[in-house]
Design a protein around this ligand. Structure first.
Ligand code: IVH
Length: 694
């Protein structure tokens, strides 16, 4: 339905449309901020907000207290403790054209009654999520997401794992209290690696680096955040106990001296010409940065001027974000190929006539799944409109209907895996039996595509971590027929002579490789379980299962029973922390296949799988949920956590009704408050140590 032009709108139409827009924007806010899984592009979202603002501009009396234009972000999630920002975290207004940049500069000069050219900083607008990190006497005490701008989520434990962020400020001259603000993000490289690893583990993959950053930071378990490639750039500050700079430029240099990365592309420019120039340069730099940016932020350099300019409701007068337009291009879809992932998921990939989108040549685009192909009705031979969403992943937005060649047939999703075995493709169902969008090859280890991907996962760093057996060697040995299943890796020493005979392997590298393999015969139970590459059984789940079963024998016995749907065994697995129907289904499905069972048996025969320490059930803290907050002085957080878990306690990152004990060190903040409100037992570190017996 075409949109009514705002000039021609009646008041009734405006009321209806504002209501519709408010609902729609609230829905997308939720998807974006809480579920880290947006449905529409930023450009489309901006368009909704813009239309809302334009209607309100024409009918100011229709603006409601809860209008989307008065809101920054969305409500926080309940999973994290609330943190009130010392100074609100606001948002920037957007400029979409040179004219709007001129208008911004003119407004600044008008407000300050200036004739001379104004100095600005021009900084990349990093596409991640903003975060405020509070330092007291140079020590990191708390970190929070933006949340609704006033109150954010306590992500201290997670932020403390980010290498770019100093636990203690370097240098000198920092105010006693300072909230350093900046962007948590994930680089392109980190994003691709994370998605590849998640794909391989049968876990959720992210649509773009920003969602990946948000999803990775907002983890209940900081160990998961720690394992994610999170990065940080500082660019602003909130509450400060004393001023520390006279200009934004000087402030950036100070932040750098205190140990924060700042964007090297930031510049100081003069006047509107300087703003234009900075934007052009950033457009050229953008594809080479290695991380996503969605525009350039202009800020009045002098902080006394910033102070005078102040804010209009939710955005500063002293700054604006010059956004890049969405990067789109048209090209021809030449073919649709099917890729098979390690878990057998079939992903259709569009092969395109190469086209440049925003400085990068694009030849492929994912079509996600059969439903997406049907939704787009995309056919081989079609001209398609391509967009680089976020920045990295090219997406097909639409088909240009007028340019469809005659006779182009609707795409039929294959019923057989493209592998030589031609195994039948099944539509994946959830644990409750509902259809999902995923089609899967049912061959698992028998499917050659999956086999190689399984092996790759098996030797990967977080699984068996076999030194010297990288992707290249694995493919080569697989092609020679030496490695067909995981157990074959441990029989590779039988091929020593052949290995030496191939000109590519020098004596020392063969020796190192075989030693690397030998070193992994004794293997921790959780790595063994994770290495099997069963869908939904990622690293964390593997650790839980290893602790739950204790030994490989107990694990295998239980798995056989789960596969046979033995109610007691299923219940035992179900009772383990964070294990639900999806894991049970996946484990049962995997072990019900004879070839998988035989593969595991063969592998186990080659190894000495070490017992996992079972969590104790006979200690004072067994089964209790414990939260550590503030600075611990006699042990590190990791030590404290490991000790508590060894004693059978569950360690959580946030205080809730389910918390039994809060151990609070100096500097403990909102968690302590929440604990008091909920009447949760609070212990000092010494009391805790006394309780658990040293
Ligand atoms: S300064 C009053 N500088 O853009 C807000 N923000 O819409 C001051 N962002 O929430 C923010 N790069 O998440 C600033 N160099 C930069 C930025 C930047 C990215 C994000 C940030 C902020 C949003 C504003």
């Amino acid at each position: 339905m075409p949109e009514t032009p705002i000039d021609a709108m009646t008041e009734e139409q405006a009321v209806l449309e504002l209501t519709r827009l408010a609902d729609e924007i609230a829905h997308h806010d939720l998807r974006y901020h809480q579920q880290d899984d947006p449905e529409i592009s930023d450009a489309d979202y901006d368009a909704l907000k813009r239309r809302n603002a334009e209607i309100e501009a024409r009918f100011p009396h229709l603006m409601r207290d809860n209008s989307p234009s008065l809101r920054v972000g969305a409500a926080r999630s309940e999973q994290f403790a609330p943190v009130e920002h010392g100074v609100p975290m606001l948002s920037l207004d957007n400029a979409f054209s040179d004219e709007e940049a001129v208008e911004f500069d003119a407004r600044v000069k008008r407000f300050l009654r200036l004739d001379e050219a104004v100095a600005y900083t021009a900084e990349p607008k990093i596409d991640g999520l903003s975060c405020s990190i509070r330092y007291e006497k140079g020590v990191l005490v708390q970190a929070a997401t933006r949340g609704d701008g006033k109150v954010g989520e306590d992500v201290t434990a997670n932020v403390a794992t980010i290498g770019d962020i100093p636990r203690r400020l370097a240098g000198t001259g920092w105010p006693d209290v300072v909230e350093v603000r900046g962007e948590v993000y994930i680089s392109h490289e980190g994003f691709l690696a994370l998605n590849a690893a998640n794909e391989a583990a049968g876990q959720k993959t992210y649509a773009n680096p920003r969602n990946a950053a948000a999803g990775s930071l907002r983890q209940i378990d900081p160990r998961i955040s720690a394992a994610r490639p999170l990065r940080f750039f500082a660019y602003a500050w909130g509450l400060i106990s004393a001023p520390f700079a006279e200009t934004q430029w000087e402030a950036l240099q100070k932040l750098k001296a205190w140990g924060f990365p700042i964007t090297p592309q930031s510049r100081r420019v003069e006047g509107v010409e300087g703003l234009f120039e900075a934007y052009r340069v950033m457009e050229v730099e953008r594809p080479k940065l290695g991380f996503d940016i969605d525009g350039v932020v202009y800020k009045v350099d002098r902080l006394d001027w910033q102070q005078r300019l102040g804010f209009v409701t939710r955005t500063p007068r002293w700054g604006t974000a010059r956004k890049f337009p969405a990067q789109q291009a048209r090209t021809l879809l030449e073919a649709i190929d099917i890729q098979v992932g390690r878990t057998g998921a079939l992903t259709p990939v569009a092969r395109l006539t190469p086209v440049t989108v925003g400085g990068v040549s694009v030849t492929n685009a994912t079509l996600h799944n059969a439903d997406e192909i049907a939704r787009l009705d995309v056919r081989v031979g079609d001209t398609v409109i391509l967009q680089r969403a976020g920045d990295v992943i090219p997406q097909i937005l639409a088909v240009v209907a007028e340019e469809r060649p005659k006779g182009a047939a609707p795409y039929v999703f294959p019923h057989e895996c493209p592998c030589p075995l031609k195994t039948p493709v099944v539509r994946e169902t959830t644990a409750t039996g509902a259809d999902t969008v995923v089609r899967r090859c049912s061959g698992e280890f028998a499917c050659p595509f999956q086999k190689l991907a399984h092996l790759r996962h098996f030797v990967s760093r977080r699984a068996f971590d076999i030194e010297g057996l990288g992707e290249k060697q694995l493919v080569a040995f697989h092609e020679r027929g030496w490695i067909n299943a995981p157990a074959d890796i441990f029989r590779l020493h039988e091929k020593r002579e052949e290995l030496l005979a191939t000109e590519r392997y020098a004596e020392t590298s063969v020796k190192n490789l075989l030693e690397g393999i030998e070193a992994r015969r004794p293997i921790a139970l959780d790595r063994f379980i994770y290495g099997l590459g069963i869908r939904h059984i990622g690293e964390t789940t593997a650790v839980v299962m290893a602790r739950g079963y204790g030994s490989v024998a107990a694990f295998l016995e239980a798995m056989d029973k789960v596969a046979a749907r033995d109610p007691e065994a299923v219940e035992e697995l179900d009772a383990m922390d964070q294990i639900g129907a999806a894991v049970i289904e996946a484990a049962a499905g995997f072990f019900a296949e004879d070839h998988n069972r035989a593969m595991v048996e063969d592998l186990n025969g080659q190894l000495r799988v070490q017992d996992a320490e079972k969590p104790k059930t006979d200690t004072v803290v067994a089964g209790k949920t414990v939260v550590f907050t503030g600075t611990l002085e006699r042990m590190t957080r990791d030590e404290a956590k490991a000790q508590a878990e060894r004693l059978g306690a569950k360690v959580s990152g946030s205080v809730s009704k389910k918390t039994d004990i809060v151990v609070a060190g100096p500097g403990a903040g909102s968690k302590l408050k929440t604990a008091a409100e909920l009447g949760v037992q609070v212990l000092t570190e010494d009391e805790w140590i006394a309780m658990v017996g040293g």
